[in-house]
Design a binder for this molecule. Structure first.
Ligand code: REL
Length: 833
C-alpha cells in the first residue's frame, strides 16, 4: 500500500474511531468481570489489588476501606491488603481518601489528576475514577475521593454496591454471587452528592422487634440496643448513603447516651446524632428524666414543667450539650411531654405558645454558651408533630435558622409544608415521615406496606416545597421495612431518580439489584399487588376496614395469586439468597395473605352460619388455620432463617392488639336462617386514569401515577407548586373527562375516591370540582379540617372521597368532568350510582 493510500486510510480510520472514542470517554466508569486494555483490576488472575488510605484521614475512611476489603472477599474470596502508612503505592492501587485529609488525594489534586473543584468545599460529595499513570511508579489507579469524611465513605460503599454487594447484605442476608475477576472500566468519573442534606432513620416502637432481638443476639451484655447493634445500624446507614439517626427511645430501651460507646461509635461511623420530636436537646426523657434522674443527679427530678422547673430542666439539657458538643449532632428544640404527649404547662393556648417560644430561646442560649460556634450555625430542628403543629400555627416565633421538620399524619400524608414566606427561612425545612407507626387510629408495626409510589409522591412534593434540609424516616425496627427504607434513602440521595412518574418501577430495579435481573420482573409484579392491596387496608388494619363480599373474594384471590407466585419463585431463587427472599418477600406476602384470610374467613363464617349454611364451619377452620400459620412462619423467621440470626426480631402481635388475636368465628349453625341476603351493588366504577379526554393549562401536566392509591393508579397535576385554582376560575384548571353510560334518568350520585392527602400549606385545601354534562361545577374539599373520625377512616381505607348528586335527564352517554383545583390532589376512582 502506498503512503498516500495509507494516509487516506488512517484518516478514515481516525474519522471512524473518533465518535466511538469520544463516546467511550463520555460513558461513565462501569463494573465488568472481563478485563480490557484500560480497565482497572480490582481482582485479576487470582489476586486482589491493595487498598491505600492515609492514617491521618477520618476513622470512617478506615472503616469504609476495611468494609470494602471484606466486600471484595465476599465477592471473590480474595483479600485486598489495606495499607495505612503512606507506603509506596503498588502498580495498580485502590486509593481511598478525603481531600485535605489524605496525602494521596491531595497529591493527585495537586498534580491535576483529580479535579479539586468537584470536591473542595462540597457537602458529602465523592468521585470515583480510574486514573492512568497518576504518580510515578503507578500504572493505573482506582481513586475514591471524598469532599469530606462521609463523602469518601459513600464513594466506597457506592462502589461496593456497583460491584454487587447490596446495602442490605448483612441486614437482610443478601449474599452476593461470587466472581472470579472484577474490573472497573475506565470512563468519566462517577461524581455524586446528595439532594437532601441530613437523611436518616428513626428507630421507633422497638419493644417487639429490634430491642428484644438486640438484647438476645447482639448486645447480650447489657441486654439492650447497645453499641454492637448501633454499629451495625451505622454501617447500614453508610451503605444507604444516609447520615442521620433518631435512636430508639421507648421505655424498653435505655437512653442512647446511657451507653458511653454509643456516641463514640456514631462518631467513628460519622453518623450525625439527633433525637426525636419529643426529646429536646438529645435527652431521652422516658429514661433519663423519669427513670434515671436520681442515679445521675442524686435526687428525684421535679416536675416536667418548664414554667415551674426551669433551672433543673435547663441544667439537664446543658449537661447533654456538654457531653455531645464534640460529636456531630442536630439538636431538636422545643418541648413536649416526657414521652409522646403534649407539653404540660399552661392550659391557655397563647400562654403555651409563649412558653414554647421561651423554651426555644433558652435552649439556644444553652447551645451558644456551650458550643463555640454562632448559634445560627449549630444545626437545630423544630418538629411540629401532632398537637405541636397547632401551636406553630397559632403564632410560635421560631428563630430563622431553625429547620422546620414538617411531619406526616403518621400514615404517610404530610400535613403541611413551607409556604413562600417560610421557604425564605435560612434554616429551611425537612420532613419526618412514617413507614411504621404506633398510635391512633391504628398502629402498623408488623409488616411494611407503604409503597415507593406513595413515599415518592409525598417526599417529592416536600422537596418541591424546599424541604431539602433533613428527612427522617420512622422505620420501626428496620426489619421488615428494609426495601422501603432503602427506597427512601435512595430518594433522599437523588430525588430526581425516583420521581412520582417512575417510582412504581423501583421494586423492579431493587429486585434486580437484590436478587438478580432474572427475578426482577416477577418480584416487582408481586410487590405491586402487595402494595395495592395493602393500600386499601394494611394487614394491621384489616379488622377496621369493611369489604363487600365481592371485594373480599377479589382481595383473597389476588393475595393467593401473589403468594403462589412468590412461593414458586422461591424454588428458583439460588440457595445463597433463600434467607433474604424469605425476609424480604415471602414472609410479608404470606403474612399479609394469612391476616386477610384470618379476618375475612372469620367474617364469612359468621355470615354463613347466620344463614344456616353448613359451609360456615369450613371457613371457621380456614380462619383458625391462617391464625396458626402466622405463628408458624414467624417462628421460622425468628428461629430458622439465617441459622436463627433474627431471633426476637419478628413479632406477629406487636402490642398484643385485638387484630392479631383469633377473631370470633362461627362454631354452630343457626337453626333458623336470618334470611339476610348479600346485597349486590349496582355501581359503575371508573379508574380515574382511564379518562377519555383531558385539558391541561400551560405550565402543568396531568400525570398518571402508577401504583399510587386505591386500585393502583391515580391522576395528579404536576408540578406540585402550581397555584391553587380559585373557585371563580375553575375554567382555568386542568380537567379530565369521563364518558358515562347512564341507564336511568333522575338523581345519581358520584363518589370520587382520592388519595387522602393534606393541603400543601396551612389554609390550602385539597379540592376537585365536578360537573356532569357541563352543568354548574360542584366544588369538594376532600381533606378533613382536623384529624377527626373522617380522617381516621380515610387513612385506614386508603382514600378520602367526595360525594355529589347529579340530576340526569337523559339515558345513554353523559360526560363527567373532574377539575383538579389544588396541588397534591390525586384522584383514583369514580363510583357512580
Ligand atoms: O411515631 C411517632 O413519632 C410517635 O408516635 C412515637 O414517638 C412514639 O414512640 C409512639 O410511637 C408511641 O409511644
Amino acid at each position: 500500500m502506498n503512503v498516500r493510500k495509507l494516509a487516506a486510510l488512517s484518516v478514515l480510520m481516525w474519522l471512524f474511531l473518533l465518535p466511538k472514542q469520544s463516546m467511550a470517554q463520555r460513558a461513565g466508569i462501569a463494573v465488568s468481570e472481563i478485563s480490557s486494555v484500560s480497565s482497572f483490576p480490582i481482582v485479576d488472575g487470582g489476586k486482589a489489588s491493595s487498598i491505600y488510605i492515609d492514617a491521618k484521614d477520618a476513622e470512617v475512611v478506615g472503616i469504609a476501606a476495611t468494609a470494602f476489603k471484606d466486600d471484595i472477599q465476599l465477592l471473590t474470596g480474595l483479600t485486598s491488603p489495606v495499607f495505612k502508612n503512606n507506603t509506596t503505592l503498588s502498580a495498580y492501587p485502590i486509593i481511598i481518601g478525603t481531600i485535605g485529609q489524605s496525602f494521596y488525594i491531595d497529591q493527585l489534586a495537586k498534580a491535576g489528576k483529580i479535579d479539586r473543584t468537584t470536591l473542595s468545599g462540597k457537602w458529602e460529595t465523592f468521585s470515583v475514577s480510574v486514573i492512568e499513570n497518576p504518580v510515578k511508579g503507578v500504572k493505573r489507579a482506582l481513586v475514591i475521593a471524598g469532599s469530606d469524611r462521609r463523602g469518601t465513605a459513600y464513594g466506597v460503599f457506592q462502589l461496593s454496591r456497583m460491584l454487587g454487594v447490596s446495602p442490605l447484605c448483612w441486614w437482610a442476608d443478601v449474599k452476593p454471587a461470587t466472581k472470579k475477576s472484577l474490573y472497573i472500566k475506565a470512563g468519566q468519573p462517577l461524581v455524586e452528592s446528595p439532594s437532601v442534606k441530613y437523611r436518616g432513620v428513626f428507630i421507633n416502637d422497638e419493644d417487639w422487634g429490634i430491642q428484644p432481638w438486640a438484647a438476645k443476639m447482639m448486645d447480650t451484655d447489657v441486654k439492650d440496643i447497645g453499641p454492637k447493634t448501633y454499629t451495625k445500624i451505622f454501617e447500614l446507614l453508610l451503605r444507604l448513603k444516609a447520615n442521620y439517626i433518631w435512636p430508639g427511645m421507648h421505655p424498653s430501651t435505655k437512653a442512647f447516651y446511657y451507653y458511653a460507646n454509643n456516641p463514640v461509635m456514631a462518631d467513628k461511623y460519622a453518623i450525625v446524632l439527633g433525637s426525636s420530636h419529643c426529646e429536646p436537646m438529645l435527652r431521652n426523657n422516658v429514661f433519663e428524666w423519669a427513670e434515671n434522674f436520681e442515679h445521675e443527679y442524686g435526687k428525684k427530678p421535679g416536675e416536667w414543667r418548664y414554667d415551674l422547673n426551669k433551672n433543673e430542666m435547663a441544667n439537664y439539657w446543658t449537661d447533654r450539650v456538654k457531653q455531645a458538643k464534640n460529636y456531630e449532632s442536630v439538636y431538636t428544640v422545643g418541648m413536649r411531654g416526657i414521652h409522646d404527649g403534649s407539653m404540660p404547662g399552661p392550659k391557655d393556648k397563647n400562654a403555651k405558645v409563649k412558653l414554647l417560644g421561651e423554651i426555644i430561646t433558652d435552649q439556644r442560649t444553652i447551645l451558644s454558651k456551650n458550643i463555640t460556634k454562632p448559634v445560627s450555625t449549630i444545626p437545630q430542628i423544630f418538629c411540629p408533630y401532632k398537637e405541636v403543629l397547632s401551636l406553630y400555627q397559632a403564632g410560635l416565633e421560631l428563630p430563622d435558622d431553625v429547620t422546620i421538620v414538617w411531619a406526616d399524619d403518621n400514615h404517610g400524608y404530610i400535613r403541611q409544608l413551607s409556604n413562600p414566606e417560610e421557604q425564605k427561612r435560612s434554616g429551611g425545612s425537612g420532613v419526618y415521615y412514617h413507614i411504621s407507626y404506633w398510635g391512633a387510629p391504628q398502629d402498623y408495626l408488623w409488616l411494611s406496606s407503604i409503597s415507593p409510589s406513595l413515599i415518592s409522591y409525598e417526599l417529592t412534593k416536600a422537596y418541591q416545597y424546599k424541604a431539602d434540609r433533613l428527612w427522617v424516616i420512622n422505620v420501626g425496627d428496620i426489619k421488615p421495612a428494609e426495601m422501603e427504607t432503602q427506597f427512601a434513602m435512595d430518594l433522599a440521595w437523588n430525588v430526581k431518580q425516583w420521581k412520582l412518574e417512575n417510582a412504581d418501577r423501583y421494586a423492579e430495579s431493587w429486585a434486580a439489584e437484590t436478587f438478580g435481573a432474572e427475578f426482577a420482573k416477577p418480584i416487582a409484579e408481586i410487590k405491586a399487588v402487595y402494595y395495592r392491596l395493602a393500600h386499601a387496608a394494611k394487614p394491621e388494619h384489616m379488622a377496621s376496614v369493611t369489604f363487600t363480599d365481592e371485594q373480599a373474594e377479589e382481595r383473597l384471590a389476588a393475595y393467593e395469586k401473589i403468594y403462589n407466585q412468590a412461593k414458586s419463585l422461591n424454588d428458583q431463587i439460588p440457595a445463597r439468597l433463600k434467607d433474604a427472599y424469605f425476609e424480604l418477600i415471602l414472609y410479608p406476602v404470606e403474612g399479609a395473605l394469612l391476616m386477610n384470610q384470618k379476618i375475612l374467613y372469620a367474617k364469612k363464617s359468621l355470615a354463613l352460619a347466620a344463614n344456616g349454611d353448613q359451609s360456615a364451619l369450613t371457613y371457621s377452620k380456614k380462619s383458625k388455620a391462617a391464625f396458626e400459620q402466622i405463628q408458624l412462619i414467624t417462628k421460622k423467621y425468628n428461629e430458622e432463617i439465617a441459622g436463627g440470626k433474627w431471633n426476637g426480631m419478628m413479632s406477629w402481635k406487636p402490642r398484643d392488639l385485638a387484630v392479631f388475636k383469633m377473631p370470633k368465628v362461627a362454631d354452630s349453625i343457626a337453626a333458623k336462617p336470618s334470611g339476610a341476603v348479600a346485597k349486590t351493588e349496582n355501581k359503575i366504577i371508573l379508574q380515574a386514569a382511564k379518562y377519555t379526554e383531558k385539558s391541561v393549562p400551560k405550565g402543568v401536566t396531568l400525570q398518571t401515577l402508577k401504583g399510587l392509591g386505591l386500585g393502583g393508579d391515580g391522576i395528579s397535576v404536576y408540578p406540585f407548586t402550581f397555584k391553587p385554582i380559585d373557585e371563580k376560575e375553575i375554567k382555568n384548571a386542568a380537567y379530565a373527562i369521563y364518558n358515562v353510560d347512564f341507564k336511568t334518568q333522575g338523581e345519581h350520585q358520584i363518589e370520587v375516591k382520592c388519595l387522602p392527602t393534606q393541603g400543601v400549606n396551612n389554609g390550602i385545601k385539597v379540592r376537585y370540582a365536578i360537573s356532569v354534562n357541563n352543568d354548574q361545577p360542584q366544588v369538594i374539599n376532600i381533606s378533613p379540617a382536623s384529624e377527626n373520625n373522617i380522617w381516621k377512616q380515610n387513612v385506614l381505607q386508603g382514600y378520602a372521597s367526595g360525594l355529589t348528586k347529579h340530576e340526569i335527564n337523559k339515558t345513554g352517554k353523559s360526560t363527567v368532568k373532574i377539575y383538579m383545583l389544588d396541588p397534591g390532589l390525586v384522584i383514583n376512582q369514580l363510583e357512580i350510582q
